[in-house]
Every structure is written in structure tokens, then in C-alpha cells.
Design a protein around this ligand. Structure first.
Ligand code: PLP
Length: 478
């Protein structure tokens, strides 16, 4: 490909958009400029390839394709079938799964598909059998009423939010918490690690229909073989949500007991985090749940997004290339270098380090709340997000943690030496920031004091760090 093909493609697209609504073209250009300038340490973000991005802007967006490959509710889906089948094939091969469903629009949607597939298999199907009905429409009003009650009366066990679990694992503000009676397992207060004996005990007491593993802020790996044994011991369906670490599974950093695919009944993921694809989700499972999973649309999903499935096929093809394993390894090496750099300078880290792509700094060590630390870092050109730590004294809004992750900076090409510099910048800002006082003179959880000259200096150092690692080097918008 000529070196300027990517520039030509994006420039032409912006020119066409500018002809209709120039402010949108300007915002797209500004977004690229902002992303190029920021030291992005948000653990859930990445930079998709130009091929992945370009696969999304086309005529597939115009197609309705409810149903699944070869079994659509609409005519004329032959080309959608092609890209959906390709994306599913790449996902199966990449992860070694027998079935892949690539329609979910996001991680939340993938989880909803999984939950309802499990409920359909374990609650609805037996109820239909008992009533000798083939379809829910064949049930009497009384049987249907009883089934609806039963569907709403199931239990889920997942990781607590402050230990790093996700809102979609049965927490009340999310629909999953309104569907399931949920209990959660935390981590060992001394080590910060998952205590499998405690999980087993909670499972024995609570007898959940679904045991969920997966996280968005736990900096360690989870032994999925042990979790499956726990699920089996109480007859639970074992679901893993690998939204955050799918790239590490794809890149064979997480193998054996730490690869969820051979151990879980069902695995869900996003495609845009460490996996580096388009914004979206997917579900992997064995033959037992495949038919129920394929009913995701129109069961809980709106019409599939064929243009995004095309981009998923491109990104999954990229993840099957040998260099993706090197990328995944580098994500973890970088996270460990970042953790070591912070520890050496005196930072306090949840679990004392990392096995994956993320590091959770306990900023109470700097006398700050997560919110103060997040804002002070942002003033200094470093983009992170605040996050609760286990048994967080500041609650879920202010929090006591800063979550940082390496997938995005690793895509730009930064390595372990640059991670040490990043640790230095973060430590400098946090150690020079102090908590402000509220109107009544008491310590504020939001206000903070940071010398603007220092913030400017660190901002300049952060951009200098990035100059050697251009983002989308072949894209020149002119
Ligand atoms: C990010 C995330 C999700 C949600 O993904 P969306 O695409 O934002 O819906 C679900 N589960 C986990 C564990 C996540 O980290």
C-alpha cells in the first residue's frame, strides 16, 4: 500500500462530510489532534487501526439484518452474512471457541445476551418442557405468569465493585441488578487478591444460577479453572466477562488456567479495549448455549450493525497475526514497568503490582481522593480515571484510586523506558498536589491545590514523551 493511502482515505472522507456539516468534519479532525496530544492511560481505551476505522463508514450501515447468518428476517443480507461469518470465524479461531456471536453493540449488550441465553436454557426451556409447550406463545396465562416470576427470581454471584467488578454483573443501578438477586465476592483485605476459598464458601451458601468472573479494575489474573470447579460444585453456569483483558487472551499472555475460553460455559467481551477493534461486543460459548446466544437479536439487541461487524472482522484478523502476541506481551511488560516505577518512587498500589494491563494507585498514600488526583493529572496532560479501591473510604463517587492502563500507549509504541518516565510524571504531580479545604474549613474531597507552573511543565514533558511515538503516522489531514 502506498504510504499516503490512509491520508487520502481520511482526507477525502472529511472533505465529503465538510460539504454537508463542516462542524462535524472539524470535530473529527479535532478529535484526532487531541488524541495525538494526550498521554492516554485510560485502561479501557485503545487506538483502532485505520483499516478497522475505515471498515465502519460504508453501505453496510444501511442494512437491516435481524436474525443470524443464513436465517434473516430481511431479504438481501448476503453480504452481511459474509462479514458476520468472517468476524465469527476469526473470533472462533482466535480464541479457540466452538461458537462466536459477533452482533452485540457493546460489552453491556454482550452481557445481556449471555444472561438471557443462560436464563432461556436453565429456566425457560425446562418450564416449556414441564408444560409440554414448544414455544412461549403456547403457554397458558398462568404458566406464562409463573415463568416470568421464575425468570426474575434467579441468583448471581460476581466480584464486588470495589474489588474491581463491573456494574453489569448484577448491581442495582444496572438492569442486571434488577433481573438478578446478586451477591458479590470481594478480595482478601491483606493481599488484595481473590480468595477462592471465600468464593467457594459464598457459592455454597448462596447457590447462584450464574457465577461471574471478570473485572474492569482488578490488576491481577484470575484462575478460571478453579472458578469453574466452584461453579460446578453448586451447579452454577460459569460466565467470564473478559471485556478488559480480551487482548491478553487473544495474544496468548493469559493461557492455561488463566485463559477463560476452555473453562467458562460462556464468555463475553468488548472488542474496543485491549482487543483494539471497533466499539462493540461479542459472545463465545460451546454448542450447549449456541442456539440461545444466536437469539440475542431481537431478544435483547436492536438490529445488528453490519458496518461494525465488518470492522470486527478486520480487527480480529489483525489480532490473529503473529505480531499481536508481541503487542499483548508488551502491554503487560509496560504495565509492570509502570508499576515498578511508581513503587520505586513510593506510590501505594492495590495488590502491590500487576499481572495484566492495568495498575490501580491508592492515592490516599498522597493524601488525595481519586477525584483530586484525576483532576490534577488531567491539568498536567495525563488522562486517567478515578476508581474505587477495596473497602474504599471515599465511596464510589470521590474514590481513593487512580486506574491506569497501558493498551493505548503500547499501540503508539511506547516501551518500558517511557513507562518509567510516565511513572515519574505521575508521581511528581501527585506528590506536589495537596487536598483543598471546603467552605467550612474542613478537608475537601474535590478541591485541590497544584502549582499551575508545575502542571504546565509536566504537560510539556508528557507531550515531549509522545513526540517520538506519533499516533497514526501515515495519516496527515493537512
Ligand atoms: C467495559 C466493560 C463492560 C461494558 O462495555 P461497554 O462496551 O461499555 O458496554 C462490561 N464489562 C466489563 C468487565 C467492562 O470492563
Amino acid at each position: 500500500m502506498p504510504r499516503n493511502a490512509e491520508s487520502t482515505a481520511f482526507r477525502s472522507a472529511l472533505e465529503v462530510i465538510r460539504g454537508v456539516e463542516p462542524r462535524v468534519a472539524d470535530a473529527i479532525g479535532a478529535e484526532l489532534a487531541d488524541q495525538r496530544e494526550s498521554l492516554k492511560l485510560i485502561a479501557s481505551e485503545n487506538y483502532a487501526s485505520p483499516a478497522t476505522l475505515l471498515a465502519m463508514g460504508n453501505w453496510f450501515s444501511d442494512k437491516y439484518a435481524e436474525g443470524t447468518i443464513g436465517r434473516r428476517f430481511y431479504a438481501g443480507c448476503q453480504n452481511v452474512d459474509t462479514v458476520e461469518a468472517l468476524a465469527a470465524e476469526h473470533a472462533r479461531e482466535l480464541f479457540g471457541a466452538s461458537h462466536a456471536y459477533v452482533q452485540p453493540h457493546s460489552g453491556i449488550d454482550a452481557n445481556l445476551v449471555a444472561f438471557w441465553a443462560i436464563l432461556a436454557d436453565r429456566v425457560e426451556a425446562p418450564a416449556l418442557q414441564r408444560a409440554q409447550a414448544r414455544h412461549v406463545n403456547d403457554l397458558t396465562e398462568a404458566d406464562w405468569f409463573a415463568l416470568r416470576r421464575e425468570l426474575g427470581d434467579q441468583r448471581m454471584l460476581g466480584m464486588s465493585l470495589d474489588a474491581g467488578g463491573h456494574l453489569t454483573h448484577g448491581f442495582r443501578p444496572n438492569i442486571s441488578g434488577k433481573m438478578f438477586d446478586q451477591r458479590s465476592y470481594g478480595t482478601d483485605p491483606a493481599t488484595g487478591l481473590v480468595d477462592y476459598d471465600r468464593v467457594a464458601e459464598a457459592a455454597r451458601e448462596f447457590r447462584p444460577l450464574v457465577l461471574v468472573a471478570g473485572y474492569s479494575a482488578y490488576p491481577r489474573k484470575i484462575n478460571f479453572r478453579i472458578m469453574r470447579e466452584i461453579a460446578d460444585s453448586v451447579g452454577a453456569t460459569f460466565m467470564v466477562d473478559m471485556a478488559h483483558f480480551a487482548g491478553l487472551v487473544a495474544g496468548k499472555v493469559f493461557t492455561g488456567d488463566f485463559d477463560p475460553v476452555p473453562h467458562a460455559h460462556i464468555v463475553t467481551s468488548t472488542t474496543h479495549k485491549s482487543l483494539r477493534g471497533p466499539r462493540g461486543g461479542l459472545v463465545l460459548c460451546g454448542p450447549e448455549l449456541a442456539d440461545q446466544v444466536d437469539r440475542g437479536c431481537p431478544m435483547v439487541l436492536g438490529g445488528p450493525l453490519p458496518h461494525v461487524m465488518a470492522a470486527k472482522a478486520v480487527a480480529l484478523a489483525e489480532a490473529r497475526r503473529p505480531d499481536f502476541a508481541g503487542y499483548a506481551r508488551q502491554i503487560v511488560d509496560n504495565a509492570q514497568a509502570l508499576a515498578e516505577g511508581l513503587l520505586r518512587r513510593g506510590a501505594k498500589l492495590v495488590t502491590g503490582g500487576t499481572d495484566n494491563h492495568l495498575v490501580l494507585i491508592d492515592v490516599t498514600g498522597y493524601g488525595l481522593t481519586g477525584r483530586q488526583a484525576e483532576q490534577a493529572l488531567l491539568d498536567s496532560g495525563i488522562v486517567t480515571n478515578r476508581n474505587a479501591v477495596p473497602q474504599d473510604p471515599n465511596g464510589a463517587w470521590y474514590t481513593s484510586g487512580i486506574r491506569i492502563g497501558t493498551p493505548a500507549l503500547t499501540t503508539r509504541g511506547l516501551g518500558t523506558a517511557e513507562m518509567d518516565t510516565t511513572a515519574e510524571l505521575i508521581h511528581t504531580v501527585l506528590s506536589q498536589t495537596s487536598a483543598g479545604v471546603g467552605p467550612d474549613g474542613s478537608a475537601s474531597k474535590a478541591k485541590y491545590v497544584l502549582d499551575p507552573a508545575l502542571a504546565d511543565k509536566v504537560s510539556r514533558q508528557a507531550s515531549e514523551l509522545l513526540t517520538g511515538f506519533p499516533l497514526y503516522p501515515d495519516v496527515e489531514l493537512g
